[in-house]
Write a protein that binds this ligand. Structure first.
Ligand code: PEP
Ligand code: MN
Length: 295
């Protein structure tokens, strides 16, 4: 054997433990990982920066029910200090007999209420055909939990000119959630915000189980901002404030909270919606800095 061949043979004999320690471990969610980008991504939705260190609060009704309702909701959440307005126009409902949302006209009312109150808006887009229309009216496009693995929708949103709020699927592992984000990133949209909204477990006492430690873990695994939806995570109005405070304490970059001018009259998710006074009280208990607000 030539001395060169001997040298290369010797070099290949590395103790397996040392080899494992030296090999860089690339997670399957390459672009979302902290390995690919150690510093945080800041996502701008309209004039609001998400992931910049200040807690961002997005609030409003589950569904846009009328022009008057969304304007009232916008005024109330703005007065309490919210940074963005939420409201569903296209609603993914478990039952086809439940209120399905008012579609395009609700989208227009939502955009109008956002302009009037000076709040950027976030709303759900249900199907690839609606992406252009929703992007015209909204600052942040929500992918609902039921659609987290709708790859046709994710691929279409990867080329949309708007940031995306990607909710975690009710039964999705953290790796599946980050791989769904990877569809957006690898398809060309680097502006992705993740949202933990509760997962399905054996527990039936609450609508879902809020995976708070999962939020801390995901913050360690990815550079993308992570927010929490305490309304869908708990399903109970009385749990929204404590869950919000806990989310802020564990490092969430923001909150998505359902607020209705009259929760008892709501066409969807009234039992988990705060009224304006309850929302204002919660806002006073959160560690908010004024720098997250527009203007
Ligand atoms: C919502 O935000 O109104 C909603 C339908 O949420 P999720 O997709 O988390 O159920
Ligand atoms: Mn809802």
């Amino acid at each position: 054997m030539s001395s060169r061949a001997m040298r290369s043979t010797t070099l290949e004999v590395v103790h397996p433990a040392r080899a494992a320690a030296a090999a860089p471990v690339t997670p399957p969610f390459r672009l979302a990982s902290r390995e690919s980008q150690p510093g945080p991504t800041v996502v701008e939705a309209g004039c609001v920066a998400i992931g910049a260190g200040d807690l961002v609060v997005m609030a409003g009704p589950c569904s846009v029910e009328s022009r008057r309702q969304i304007r009232e909701a916008a005024r109330a959440v703005k007065a309490a200090g919210a940074h963005m307005l939420r409201g569903g126009a296209y609603k993914p409902r478990t039952s086809p007999y439940d209120f399905q949302g008012l579609g395009h006209k609700a989208l227009e009312w939502l955009a109008e209420a956002g302009r009037e109150s000076g709040l950027p808006v976030v709303t759900e887009v249900l199907s690839p055909e609606d992406v252009d229309r929703v992007a015209e009216h909204a600052d942040l496009l929500q992918v609902g939990a039921r659609n987290m693995q709708n790859y046709a929708l994710l691929r279409r949103l990867a080329t949309a000119p708007r940031p995306v709020l990607l909710k975690r699927g009710p039964s999705a592992t953290i790796q599946e959630w980050l791989l769904a984000a990877e569809y957006l990133l690898s398809g060309g949209n680097p502006k992705v915000v993740l949202c933990e909204r509760g997962i399905r477990t054996f527990e039936t006492a609450m609508r879902n189980t809020l995976d708070l430690a999962g939020v801390a873990l995901v913050k360690q695994l990815t550079h993308l901002p992570v927010i929490v939806d305490p309304s869908h995570a708990t399903g109970k109005r009385a749990l929204v404030a404590p869950a919000s405070r806990a989310a802020a304490a564990i490092g969430a970059d923001g909150l998505l909270i359902e607020v209705h001018p009259c929760p008892e009259c709501a066409l969807s998710d009234g039992e988990q919606s705060l009224n304006p006074a309850q929302f204002a009280e919660l806002m006073r208990a959160l560690p908010l800095r004024t720098s997250a607000a527009c203007g």
